[in-house]
Design a protein around this ligand. Structure first.
Ligand code: CP
Length: 305
């Protein structure tokens, strides 16, 4: 039995296989419509979510399975003091696979230690969001045709943005990927990721504050929201909110084939006027999230495809 806690839990070869499966599911959905008949997915979300929870549920329903779960800690027995590991142990009796999101870093890992079924980390605090990374990799592969030889700008809250942390870990395994880290001083990428992931893999990166200075060099611009819920005070959040706003004027500085990604939700960091630009890929990205989660469920449940 396998869990998914980090994007590194899959080898590059396994990831390639999973992304190919997701691409095939997109092309031939009917082929997979009954692959999970009789199976149940539990979604245990201790933190708010639209895309991750509902795309997981959509994925299982599209595979012929069923879903159960809770969408806030207050409606589960966590409100009475039950531990994550006890909850997950019990959920193992009710479902075949479980996706868990929790505000505490490492909570899904703790839950997985007592689990009898595969556990998927659907986001743990400011740490990791591996299924968003699978979604991001599929989006890059489908839109750019490759995962190597790219220059990617990661922009916004690089300190608390778990999607960025997971994506960097995954992309350093491909050749000639260059990172441009665009953030204010206060929201720079944590040193442990620079040292243990970028430096350790001898990966080229630069840090800048102004997105205008680097737009023309990027193949991909990955925008992120300032993570309000991880700030200790409102004043600091309000100072940072609005630091980066991608608009039509800035898009004019970019390559014609650059793509704009965003894990969503967005607040104000991408103007709605950019949505109609053919380079804006964030809603396609949300759609790819369903296919990749279908592929992940099939893989972890070891369903014959
Ligand atoms: N991208 C993402 O994790 O979105 P949700 O918080 O809506 O799940």
């Amino acid at each position: 039995m396998r869990h998914l806690m980090s994007p590194l839990d899959f080898s590059v070869e396994e990831l390639d296989k999973l992304l190919s499966l997701a691409a095939d599911i997109e092309k031939n959905p009917a082929k997979y419509a009954h692959k999970c008949d009789g199976k149940i997915l539990a979604t245990c979300f201790y933190e708010p979510s639209t895309r991750t929870r509902l795309s997981f549920e959509s994925a299982m329903l599209r595979l012929g399975g069923q879903v159960l779960g809770f969408s806030e800690a207050g409606s589960s027995s966590a409100a009475k003091g039950e531990s994550v590991s006890d909850t997950i142990r019990v959920i193992s009796c009710y479902a075949d696979i479980c996706a868990i999101r929790h505000p505490k870093e490492g909570a899904p890992l703790v839950g997985s230690t007592k689990s009898l079924i595969p556990i998927i980390n659907a986001g743990d605090g400011g740490h990791q969001h591996p299924t968003q990374t699978l979604t991001d990799l599929l989006t890059i592969k489908q839109k750019k045709g490759r995962l190597d030889n790219i220059t990617i700008g990661l922009c916004g809250d690089l300190k608390f943005g778990r999607t960025v942390h997971s994506l960097i870990q995954a992309l350093v395994r491909y050749s000639n990927v260059k990172f441009v880290l665009i953030s204010p001083e206060e929201l720079k990428l944590p040193s442990y990721i620079k040292e243990e992931v970028l430096d350790a893999n001898k990966v080229s990166y630069k840090e800048v504050e102004r997105m205008e200075d680097v737009m023309d060099s990027l193949d991909i611009l990955y925008m992120t929201r300032i993570q309000k819920e991880r700030f200790f005070n409102e004043e600091e959040y309000l100072r940072m909110k609005g630091f980066y706003i991608l608009d039509e004027a800035k898009m004019k500085l970019a390559k014609e084939d650059m793509i704009v990604m965003h894990p969503l939700p967005r607040v104000n960091e991408i103007s709605v006027n950019v949505d109609n630009d053919p380079r804006a890929c964030y809603f396609d990205q949300a759609q790819y999230g369903v296919y990749v989660r279908m592929a992940l469920i099939l893989t972890l449940l070891e369903v014959e495809v």
